[in-house]
Design a protein around this ligand. Structure first.
Ligand SMILES: NC(CCC(=O)NCCCC(=O)O)C(=O)O
Length: 250
């Protein structure tokens, strides 16, 4: 597969495996970036390493989903078992990537955990175990051995009328997959709601004062970006924004 030279930073999750601590990212996100011709650059979650040299070179930042949760102390709450599991190394990394991307005007696409991290980094908070809240849907993945089933499109989301995402996707509703048990509770002041689920869950946001592309989505467009129209359009729009940023930088 040839690349168009776009470099996209992707945060590593950390996992203990066979006596080692690994810094890694799931292939589904890397494949989706390769599909738009970009080369993903996995940024390790190392404490205290200067990220500026990487952020100065890349053309965009993609925040991945992950089963771990943002540590609640990051939004001023005491941890409970319902907030676990954590990956605090990743929390620290993505907070710095978000700050670095927004301060440079680097295109940012934040998916699922990434969408939640974006809200927290900008001063918002998260609710946990939302399926237990009266009136809310169960947004967790079905228990199934096959990933295509876990990532199947499962519910509609309504895009905000006249919003940036509705304009970009050219539609007012999309069908999405859903693999989360946390969600935005208090929306960060700099974010605008771009899409909501039928139960009111904030499904997409944009950074109001960002000079360019800066979206968070609670669903997983990467998984079907080779076949589902809106998922593909979102990734293509991200690629266009990254190309425009690179050309401006040159
Ligand atoms: N904090 C989270 C995680 C949401 C998320 O990124 N989910 C991806 C999970 C991928 C998988 O299960 O394979 C939450 O709200 O649960």
């Amino acid at each position: 597969m040839t690349t168009n030279g776009l470099l996209i930073a992707v945060p590593a999750d950390t996992r203990q495996f066979e006596s080692y601590l690994w810094h890694a990212a799931p292939s589904t996100y890397l494949d989706a970036l390769a599909r738009i011709g970009a080369l993903p650059v996995i940024v390790p979650a190392l404490d205290g390493v200067d990220l500026d040299p990487a952020l100065d070179r890349v053309d965009g930042v993609l925040l991945t989903g992950s089963a771990s949760n943002v540590h609640p102390e990051r939004y001023g709450e005491a941890p409970t078992p319902g907030h676990e599991p954590y990956d605090t190394r990743r929390d620290a990394l993505t907070a710095r990537l978000i700050e670095g991307a927004l301060s440079r005007g680097l295109p940012l696409l934040a998916i699922c955990r990434g969408h939640q991290e974006l809200n927290v980094a900008l001063g918002g908070s998260l609710g946990t175990e939302i399926q237990e809240i009266e009136g809310r849907m169960d947004h967790r993945a079905p228990v199934h051995p096959e990933q295509d089933q876990r990532f199947a499109l499962r519910h509609p989301v309504r895009l905000t009328n006249g919003g940036r995402l509705a304009t970009l996707l050219g539609t007012d509703e999309v069908e999405v997959n859903s693999l989360h048990r946390q969600a935005v509770r208090d929306l960060a002041p700099r974010l605008s709601v771009e899409a909501s689920a039928p139960d009111g869950t904030v499904e997409a946001v944009s950074v109001r004062d960002a000079p360019g592309f800066a979206f968070g989505v609670q669903w997983h467009p990467e998984y079907w970006s080779g076949s589902d129209g809106p998922s593909k359009r979102l990734f293509e729009a991200f690629a266009d924004a990254c190309r425009a940023y690179r050309d401006l930088k040159a």
